[in-house]
Design a binder for this molecule. Structure first.
Ligand code: 6CS
Length: 316
């Protein structure tokens, strides 16, 4: 059997090397009976096309960013909420691994759309990049053309800062930044460096405003139809790979910070946010959390409430 495993990234990037490693492990564990075929981003369409393909079952597996499911699975948008997870990456990953809110409650919401998230993992803390000025104050965000993923709550989050967010696939982002169609964007450092966004941006603001959370997903009906032994192999492999992918994203984020720092042809000014500046953004972000509870959530924010309690337990 061959399982198609689609990712939103390309060769060398975290999601794609994850799919390659997963393929290798599954082949070993099944003595070659199962071939997992990883797909790079672009081969099967845009990020939202890929969500459709998984829902239809035309691909069996996908690494998916919850942002791109925002128009279908309302609760999944909670990952767009800024300053929600701790800045410490290991603690965040521990919460993602153990959270009942995510691994049981949110999973059920996704399964109504034939998407089963088997695991949530961070691709690293997200940072802001921009031209002309860094992004350290609300004034600097005023009318700022910010590229965001196709996701209503990410849009809302930047509107709360006074910005003018524009939805766009990352495949078009380099050119858009180069031409000034948009002025800035958010991503983890490895992605900024690997996609060369820093070449067409002047500033990297170390905002740590969110974590880039990805999900390992399977088509629900397909997965439930597998024999139990195979289901267990998939689940065990995904669980084992949580530590593996944590190390992989860490390595790539560190490596690309060096690359960006040392790229003399394309100098990028790296700016830190002060605690006070973080507070200004956090205040606005808390209002978006209320908006999520009241206007977006179909369960009155119950999953977010539970997740907030779980986060508090890990950070007290
Ligand atoms: O910015 C984006 O849309 C892309 N960023 C990452 C880290 N992975 C894939 C995603 O599509």
């Amino acid at each position: 059997d061959t399982w198609r495993f689609v990712t939103e990234e390309v060769e060398g990037q975290v999601q794609y090397v994850y799919a390659e490693e997963f393929a290798k492990r599954i082949s070993e564990k099944t003595n070659g009976a199962i071939t997992v075929e990883p797909y790079e981003f672009g081969g099967l369409g845009s990020e939202t096309d890929q969500v459709d393909q998984l829902m239809q079952g035309t691909v069996e597996m996908a690494v998916m960013s919850p942002g791109f499911t925002g128009n279908m699975v309302d609760e999944g948008q909670l990952f767009a909420l800024q300053f929600l997870f701790p800045t410490d990456q290991a603690t965040t990953q521990e919460i993602l691994n153990n959270s009942e809110a995510l691994n049981t409650d949110l999973r059920e919401q996704y399964e109504e759309h034939s998407i089963t998230p088997l695991a949530y993992w961070s691709e690293g803390a997200m940072q802001w990049t921009s031209n002309d000025h860094p992004l350290t104050t609300l004034d600097q965000f005023e009318n700022f053309q910010m590229r965001v993923q196709t996701s209503p709550l990410i849009m809302e989050s930047y509107k709360a800062y006074g910005a003018n967010p524009q939805e766009m696939s990352w495949g078009e982002l380099y050119t858009a930044l180069d031409r000034g169609t948009v002025e800035g964007q958010e991503n983890p450092i490895f992605f900024i460096g690997d996609a060369s966004f820093h070449e067409v941006q002047d500033y990297l603001t170390m905002s740590n405003h969110n974590n880039y959370v990805a999900m390992t997903t399977v088509n629900t009906e397909w997965f439930n139809g597998l024999d139990e032994e195979l289901q267990t192999i998939v689940e065990e492999t995904v669980t084992e790979m949580q530590d593996w992918v944590f190390e992989e994203q860490k390595r790539q984020n560190e490596e690309y910070l060096q690359v960006i720092r040392e790229d003399e042809e394309n100098p990028t000014k790296i700016v830190e946010l002060s605690d006070e500046q973080v507070e200004t953004f956090r205040e606005k972000a808390m209002k978006v959390r209320e908006f999520y509870r009241n206007e977006v959530s179909t369960v009155d924010g119950a999953i977010l409430d539970k997740l907030e309690d779980e986060i508090a337990e890990h950070t007290e």
